[in-house]
Design a protein around this ligand. Structure first.
Ligand code: BG6
Length: 488
């Protein structure tokens, strides 16, 4: 299907992966353990139960630290991108990808997070990776922290609750800019910074069981979040100082909410949800906490300890662009208690009768992507980058082929809406589909939840040849990129 493309000429079409879901090699070349290495695969997990999918208890951490098992800890093996990145980049190049979003495993450079100097083998790996990308004309977009903080900092510093972690992270960020800045211009600081309350362990290293009440845990999470905001601003400052033309973005999970009905109370609920979602990017774009959050803290006795100068740091070092992940929309209603729910990784919501749902119960809403793009642009007036979007599906490998027309249909419908957003004046920098090659799922640690244009022959327990196989969608995306979005 051909249509007029409104995508900018230099639009960065690409794909995205994260170190902890792709690299594997969890304990080689001096790498330390990260929070991802204790995430256990739980067979027969309830697809809607996202809380227990993500939850890691103190007992589970202890157990995980005692074992070298990689069968039930799939993020330790990933898809072996650490050793196979050249082959994978060659496939991305063949697809025509102009950009690849990756993250750096903090623990590959600083095994505990506390060290002053990085491990050379870790630096060498990323230099090789970024050089290879440049050689293939694939622009790197790099996340400094994607759910993979050093486990040591969780066990010895209460994660991001401790102020000292800010300095450790900033040291890590400066090392990244120093060694990789000549190859990498586009940076993201924290992946889905708003996920602090959905899965605090993975995001800020907060173990909720350590706190005597929900209230105390909530306070600790806001404290940890404040530290990430400050660290993000400082990383932005140093990126700007150390790398010529560096562009730094924030990264939000856009969880768009609609009112179920025109009942103004439903509209208020949806509006409240959306403002709470925007709170995170508001801080990173406007450089200050919004009044409604300050009031919330006051009225709920949440005390965030700040160091003198924090407010200036937030104000002075705001982001250059806004990036976000987009998977689904949700519904708000005053009557939602009694209504049928659907859900998944991120949110549970009242079922939207106008939308399809994925194999994992996520509500597929392409028009919601256009709405999100327009709303975000109107709010921030900054260029936008969709850095995650895609559908997790069960793919079948038959006679060496995967006919994933459902994936093509998903992307086609989302790209049409992006094109319309561009037509309506939204400034878009690029689009990186999530898991452009199959990787381990963040929430369920499954391999069978596949997002890729490239199939990886491995099952949930890690059996398989790990051979890479091009799916039908591979050839389709190749055409899309070549035509800059005109051939869908
Ligand atoms: C996002 C994360 O929330 O969703 C990714 O940033 C993750 O790391 C993606 O993989 C899809 O979620 P899942 O659980 O299906 O892998």
């Amino acid at each position: 299907m051909a249509m007029k493309s409104y995508f900018p000429k230099d639009f960065l079409w690409g794909g995205a992966i994260a170190a902890n879901q792709a690299e594997g090699a969890w304990n080689v070349d001096g790498k330390g353990m990260s929070v991802a290495d204790v995430a256990k695969y739980k067979p027969n997990i309830d697809k809607k139960d996202y809380v227990s999918q993500w939850h890691v208890s103190p007992k589970q951490i202890e157990e995980a630290m005692k074992t070298d098992d990689t069968v039930y800890y799939p993020k330790r093996r990933g898809i072996d991108f650490y050793h196979r990145y050249v082959e994978d980049l060659a496939l991305f190049e063949e697809m025509g990808m102009k950009c690849l979003r990756v993250s750096i495993a903090w623990t590959r450079l600083f095994p505990n997070g506390t060290e002053k100097e990085p491990i050379q083998a870790g630096i060498d790996f990323y230099v090789r990776l970024f050089k290879e990308m440049r050689k293939r004309n694939i622009e790197p977009l790099v996340t400094l922290s994607h759910y993979e903080m050093p486990l040591y900092l969780v066990n010895h510093y209460d994660g991001w609750v401790s102020r000292e972690v800010v300095d450790m992270f900033v040291n890590y960020a400066k090392v990244c800019f120093e060694y990789f800045g000549q190859y990498v211009k586009y940076w993201l600081t924290f992946n889905e910074i708003d996920s602090v309350f959905r899965h605090p362990f993975t995001t800020v290293g907060v173990v909720e069981e350590k706190y005597s009440s929900k209230k105390e845990a909530e306070n600790a999470i806001y404290q940890a979040l404040h530290h990430q905001f400050v660290a993000s601003s400082l990383a932005t400052k140093y990126a700007h100082e150390m790398i010529k033309d560096a562009k730094v973005g924030c990264m939000l999970t856009r969880t768009l909410a609609y009112p179920l009905t025109s009942n103004p109370e439903d509209v208020v609920l949806a509006q409240r949800h959306n403002r709470e979602n925007y709170f995170y990017s508001d801080v990173q774009v406007f450089g200050e906490y919004p009044l409604f959050m300050k009031r919330y803290f006051e009225e709920n006795n949440i005390v965030i300890e700040k160091v003198e100068g924090d407010e200036e740091i937030l104000k002075q070092h705001t982001v250059d662009f806004v990036s976000f992940s987009y998977y689904m929309s949700m519904i708000k209603s005053v009557n939602e208690e009694s209504m049928e729910k659907v859900g998944g990784n991120l949110i549970t919501s009242v079922k939207n009768l106008y939308l399809d749902i994925s194999d994992w119960g996520w509500q597929v809403d392409p028009v919601g992507l256009r709405i999100s793009l327009i709303d975000l642009y109107d709010r921030y007036h900054l260029p936008l980058f969709v850095v995650e979007n895609g559908i997790g599906s069960i793919d079948e490998l038959v006679d060496g082929q995967v006919h994933d027309d459902y994936r093509i249909d998903y992307f086609r419908r989302h790209f049409e809406q992006m094109n319309l957003a561009c037509k309506e004046g939204v400034e878009m920098m690029g689009y990186t589909s999530w898991g452009c090659i199959d990787i381990v799922s963040a929430s369920t640690s499954q391999m069978s939840k596949r997002y890729g244009f490239i199939y990886v022959d491995a099952d949930d327990l890690g059996n398989g040849s790990y051979k890479r196989i091009k799916k039908d969608s591979f050839y389709w995306y190749q055409k899309v990129i070549k035509s800059n979005g005109a051939e869908l």
